[in-house]
Ligand binder design. Structure first.
Ligand code: HEC
Ligand code: HEC
Length: 375
C-alpha cells in the first residue's frame, strides 16, 4: 500500500514537470494546458497577442480520438442505439470503460466498483433492497440495472442526470457509494501504467480526467443491452416463442394500460409518474420533486423499463417488494393511493384485474428476459 502510494507520488512529481498547474482532475471543458511555455505564468498570455486560430493548439477534443470504430449490433427487438456525437464508440474506449467499471480503485478504500452494485451476475443490478456502499453505509434506493440504460432519456429514479456520461461520475463522489473525490481518483489512476497506456490509445493523451473516465464508462455501458427475448421473437413472427399464458398477459398488458407507461419496445416511456410507492411512509422520498422543486412532482419516479425485470428484484425505487408477483399486484390494483397518484395509474386499477390476470401478466414479463452480456 505504502509502496504504491510512493510510486504514485513519484510519477506525479515527474508529471508535474510536464503538465502545467492543472491540479487534480481537469475536465476537458477547460482550456488545454498551453504548450508554449514552461511554467504557470507563461500560460497567461495577453488574449490578443496572436489570432487564436493560427498559433494556439486545437482544443484537446476527444471527438477525433484514435481508435477502431465499434459497430454496434443491437439485439433483436431494440431500436437503434443513441450515441452522443462527442463520444463515438471505439473498441479501445469500450475496453477502457470495462476496466474502469470493474476497478475497485474508483472507490476511496479500494473495496467497491461499479459492478459491486450493478453486478453482471445479478443482471447488472443488485439483489438486495438498497445498496451497501463504502464502509457499509446503506443507501436509500434500489440499484437499477444498467442493462439498456443507454436508451434512457434521463438517469436515476428521479432523472437527475441527463446522460450516462453525466451519471458515471456521481457514484465515485457519492459519500455513501464510493466515497472518493474525483481529483484524487484521477491522480491515483494516472499513476497506473496500464491506464496511462489505455488513455493514450483512446484519447491521444495519457492524462486521466474525470471527463474521459465518464466517456469511457458510458461507452462500455452502451454495450450492455438486452433483447432477443421470447417477446422479440414472437414480434418477429415466431408464434411459438410465447406460451398461452404469456400471450394472454401480453394482451392484458396493452388493454389494461400498463403499456401506456411501460411502453414497448423498451417498456418505459421514461416519464415521471406517481405510483404511490413509499408514499405511506412517515418521510416519503420526494422523487422528482427533489430535482424540479415542484409540488406536482412529489412522489414521481421515472417509469422503470421492464426488460429483464424477472431477474432484477427486489422491486420499486425503495426495493420494498421482494417478488415480481407482488410488484405486479400493486400495479394492477392501481398503485398505492395518495394525493398525487397518477390518473393513468388509477385507470389501471379500474380494470379490476383478477389473480388469474396477474399470473398471466407475470408470465408475460418473464418473456422480456433475453440475451445480454454475462460478464
Ligand atoms: C454502492 C452501490 C453503487 C455503486 C458503487 C454504483 N452504483 Fe450506480 N446506482 C446505485 C443506485 C442505488 C442507483 C440509483 C440511485 C438513484 O436513482 O438515486 C444507481 C444508479 C445508476 C445508474 C442509473 C440507471 C437508471 O436506470 O437510472 C447507472 C447508469 C449507474 N448507476 C451506473 C453506475 C456506474 C457506472 C458506477 C461506477 C462508476 C456505479 N453505478 C456505481 C448504486 C451504485
Ligand atoms: C402511470 C404509469 C404506470 C402504469 C400505468 C403502470 N406502471 Fe408499473 N411502474 C410505474 C412506476 C412509476 C414504477 C416505479 C414506482 C416506484 O418505484 O416508485 C413502476 C414499477 C413497476 C414494476 C417494478 C419494476 C422495478 O424494476 O422495480 C413493475 C414490475 C411494473 N411497474 C409493472 C406494471 C404492470 C404489470 C402494469 C399494468 C398492470 C403497470 N406497471 C402499470 C408506472 C406505471
Amino acid at each position: 500500500m505504502n509502496l504504491r502510494k510512493w510510486s504514485v507520488m513519484l510519477v506525479m512529481v515527474a508529471l508535474a514537470g510536464l503538465l502545467l498547474t492543472q491540479a487534480g482532475c481537469p475536465s476537458a471543458d477547460q482550456a488545454p494546458p498551453s504548450t508554449s511555455g514552461t511554467g504557470p505564468d507563461s500560460a497567461a498570455e495577453p488574449a490578443d497577442s496572436v489570432p487564436a486560430s493560427e498559433e494556439q493548439p486545437a482544443p484537446a477534443s476527444d471527438d477525433k480520438a484514435a481508435g477502431t470504430p465499434f459497430e454496434v449490433q443491437v439485439p433483436l427487438g431494440l431500436p437503434p442505439l443513441p450515441i452522443p456525437e462527442d463520444n463515438p464508440l471505439t473498441v479501445e474506449k469500450i475496453a477502457l470503460g470495462r476496466a474502469l467499471y470493474f476497478d475497485t480503485r474508483l472507490s476511496k478504500d479500494n473495496t467497491i466498483s461499479c459492478a459491486t452494485c450493478h453486478d453482471p451476475k445479478m443482471a447488472w443490478a443488485e439483489n438486495k433492497p438498497t445498496s451497501d456502499g463504502i464502509g457499509g453505509a446503506v443507501g436509500a434506493v434500489n440499484s437499477p440495472t444498467v442493462i439498456n440504460a443507454a436508451y434512457a432519456t434521463s438517469q436515476f429514479w428521479d432523472g437527475r442526470a441527463a446522460s450516462l456520461e453525466e451519471q458515471a461520475l456521481g457514484p465515485i463522489e457519492n459519500p455513501i457509494e464510493m466515497g472518493h473525490t474525483l481529483p484524487v481518483c484521477c491522480t491515483e489512476l494516472s499513476g497506473v501504467e496500464d491506464y496511462q497506456k489505455a488513455f493514450e490509445k483512446v484519447f491521444g493523451t495519457p492524462e486521466v480526467t474525470s471527463d474521459r473516465i465518464a466517456k469511457a464508462i458510458a461507452s462500455f455501458e452502451r454495450t450492455i443491452l438486452s433483447g432477443n427475448s421470447p417477446y422479440d421473437k414472437f414480434k418477429a413472427g415466431d408464434e411459438s416463442a410465447l406460451n398461452d399464458a404469456q400471450k394472454r398477459g401480453m394482451d392484458l398488458f396493452d388493454s389494461s394500460g400498463c403499456a401506456d407507461c411501460h411502453t414497448p419496445p423498451l417498456f418505459s416511456n421514461y416519464r415521471f409518474m406517481n405510483a404511490g410507492i413509499g408514499m405511506n411512509k412517515e418521510k416519503p422520498d420526494e422523487g422528482r420533486k427533489a430535482v424540479t422543486k415542484k409540488d406536482s412532482d412529489l412522489g414521481k419516479f421515472r417509469v422503470p423499463p421492464l426488460r429483464e425485470v424477472a431477474n432484477t428484484g427486489p422491486y420499486f425505487h425503495d426495493g420494498s417488494v421482494e417478488s415480481l408477483e407482488e410488484a405486479v399486484k400493486i400495479m394492477a390494483q392501481g398503485g398505492i393511493p395518495n394525493d398525487n397518484l397518477s390518473g393513468m395509474m388509477k385507470a389501471v386499477g379500474e380494470n379490476k384485474l383478477t389473480d388469474e390476470n396477474i399470473k398471466d401478466l407475470v408470465e408475460f414479463l418473464k418473456a422480456l428476459s433475453g440475451d445480454y452480456p454475462k460478464e
